[in-house]
Design a protein around this ligand. Structure first.
Ligand code: KG4
Ligand code: ZN
Length: 339
């Protein structure tokens, strides 16, 4: 079964053709980062406009690269939640148009479910149930993946997402948006024991995250140094910060794995590309005899192949969307299991 999938929830206009949830025939991503970085973050209005301009070209390129025509496609999938509402609506409207004009079924995919599904592309042997840490620019979740379409969120962030924290710390250290990858690079040149940074405690749930205290600690250290006419060493701070956030992500995930009895762990989302995250999880899972799955780097950040993969499982579960499909800016993964 060939699914044409569209992703436009943030600042990437993406389209992919995926066969049977695993065989990626094409995966086109048009990023808008060069424009948004002038403003230090994604400007929703600009994102929607660029999606409108790019979507036809991106869909046509995905079809061309896959060697398929629309008549070879069995279903159209699109991200409908969560995300920037104007950005989501561009993909949704285009997908609805394609589905209606070709008479193919329409499948609405949750963006975080898509990130989780990226691991099925890179590791077809991975099967639920397992525990997945999803860390991206907008989300930080510890999720019980009970089945391909059933989830239970054990922990989530109370404030900033992990990627957002990377990006804000990066901006403070003078790197351009989105700075996660620059922190990663600088980290390899710095000493992680230079700066002592806090690991915030979260009241109420031991599996929830809070990153704003860590972010503020970095900002305060940098500003205090500047006020004294001194300079923080960016590489040492990047390394200290990366070590601290990796420890937090690892500690909570491993605690949840122990408590809920999982020995298979997934990590997904843009921040799963981070070399520190990858290495601390590899080491910890190896020591405990756990199986660890992380997507190939090209499927960590936003892409449409992961949406096409998840759409396949949603389709098998009987999920279909109608022409009344709307975008939803905020929607917990838990809600999917209720429907
Ligand atoms: O999954 P994603 O592409 O978009 C969202 O769904 O939010 O994640 C983007 C986030 C950004 O915050 C970016 O800085 C971060 O992933 N990121 C990284 C790395 N590569 C991307 N963070 C740390 N280290 C990296 N190597
Ligand atoms: Zn994402």
């Amino acid at each position: 079964m060939k699914i044409l999938a569209i992703e436009s929830s943030c600042d990437e206009t993406a389209c992919a053709v995926v066969e049977d949830g695993v065989n990626v025939l094409s995966n086109i991503v048009a990023t808008q980062i060069d424009e948004h970085k002038l403003y230090g973050g994604v400007v929703p209005e600009i994102a929607s406009r660029r999606h409108c301009e790019n979507i036809s070209t991106v869909v046509n390129a995905a079809l061309l690269e896959s060697g398929c025509t629309l008549s070879d496609i069995d279903a159209v999938a699109v991200t409908y939640a969560p995300g920037l509402i104007g950005a989501l609506l561009v993909g949704i409207s285009y997908a609805k148009g394609l589905a209606m004009s070709t008479g193919k079924p329409l499948i609405a995919v949750h963006h975080i479910a898509g990130h989780i599904a990226a691991n099925y592309i890179s590791h077809p042997e991975l099967k639920p149930p397992y525990l997945c840490l999803v860390v991206s620019g907008g989300h930080s979740h510890i999720v019980e993946v009970k089945d391909y379409t059933k989830y239970h969120v054990i922990g989530r962030t109370r404030d900033d997402a992990a990627g957002e924290c990377f990006d804000k710390v990066a901006r403070t250290l003078g790197y351009e948006y989105p700075g996660g990858k620059y922190i990663d690079k600088a980290s390899s040149l710095g000493n992680p024991d230079t700066y002592k940074l806090p690991k915030p405690k979260v009241q109420g749930s031991e599996y929830d995250f809070s990153f704003s205290g860590l972010k503020t600690a970095v900002i305060n250290t940098v500003h205090n140094a500047n006020q004294k006419g001194e300079q923080v060493n960016a590489e040492d701070m990047a390394a200290s910060f990366q070590k601290t956030i990796c420890d937090i992500l690892l500690e909570k995930t491993m605690k949840a794995a122990e408590r809920f009895g999982y020995t298979t762990i997934g990590v997904a989302g843009g921040v799963s590309a981070n070399s520190g995250v990858r290495s601390v999880f590899e080491k910890a899972c190896h020591e405990r005899g756990y199986k660890l799955y992380m997507p190939e780097l090209r499927y960590c950040g936003d892409n449409a192949a992961m949406i096409g993969c998840q759409a396949y499982y949603d389709f098998l579960a009987g999920k279909r969307a109608g022409q009344n499909l709307n975008g939803v800016a905020t929607l917990s993964l838990d809600k999917l299991s209720e429907g």
